[in-house]
Write a protein that binds this ligand. Sequence first.
Ligand SMILES: NC(=O)c1ccc[n+]([C@@H]2O[C@H](COP(=O)([O-])OP(=O)(O)OC[C@H]3O[C@@H](n4cnc5c(N)ncnc54)[C@H](OP(=O)(O)O)[C@@H]3O)[C@@H](O)[C@H]2O)c1
Length: 243
Amino acid sequence: MRRLLPDPGPTSVSEQLETYRPWEEPREERPFVALNFAATVDGRATIGGVSGPIGSETDTAMLAGLRKRFDAVMIGAGTMRAERYGRLVAKDETWERRRQAGLPPEPLMVLVSGRLDLPWDAPLFTEGGGEVLVFTSSEAEPPETATTVQVVRHEGAVNLVEALRHLREERGVRALLSEGGPHLHDQMQADGLVDDLFLTIAPKLSGGEAPRILEGPLPAVAELELAWLLEQDGELFARYRRA
Ligand SMILES: NC(=O)c1ccc[n+]([C@@H]2O[C@H](COP(=O)([O-])OP(=O)(O)OC[C@H]3O[C@@H](n4cnc5c(N)ncnc54)[C@H](OP(=O)(O)O)[C@@H]3O)[C@@H](O)[C@H]2O)c1
């Protein structure tokens, strides 16, 4: 892997993330927030309805490396339904490294859902271990699952500003990685809740009706600064910061 910006030279996913310490930068009323997305050159965020075929193994390694550096990971219900998540971090030496860095052994998994229509048979719920926190505007009760699921209810729709305040103040979350999807992303950008945007641009064109990384309107154009740009086999790994 090459670092193109800043300080051009050879690097690797682990070397690049080594000094990335988002848990040291919590905001006053919310965690530090990073978003991660992969897109094709024509800006599509899915191929065949899922994100997996977009990026390479290096992209997967970047996502896995990022997950190791956050207290919590958040996704919208649409992403959970499409991607059917399992546990976030395998129990290996990673747990000890996380402990040494002052992080919980496993990141808290946070879901945002209006209808609480979630794939309860997905490994995240059936494997047990870890902890899932669901923000929802539904009054339905989640079913019994092997994994502990806690529910926080908001009236009407989930208020993301309040949800992030809850994570910071009630759950001690200092750094939150959001893995999308596009509808959750627009609201987070519109509410000014995103500090870093990690974007993988895969050297592919897919066309069609697939969503982009951000689907709804924003109240104003968000200006970004490029914090780093990496390249491997024609795939670009950008990290942007809100200007
Ligand atoms: N390329 C990538 O990196 C990437 C990353 C993530 C996802 N994706 C793809 O994106 C697609 C999913 O897109 P999406 O936009 O539907 O996903 P999404 O943003 O994950 O989910 C949207 C859903 O989240 C819930 N939600 C969001 N904001 C809410 C709020 N304020 N209050 C209550 N509920 C809220 C609603 O759930 P309910 O329906 O339960 O009401 C809504 O339908 C999938 O195909 C996935 O593969 C791609």
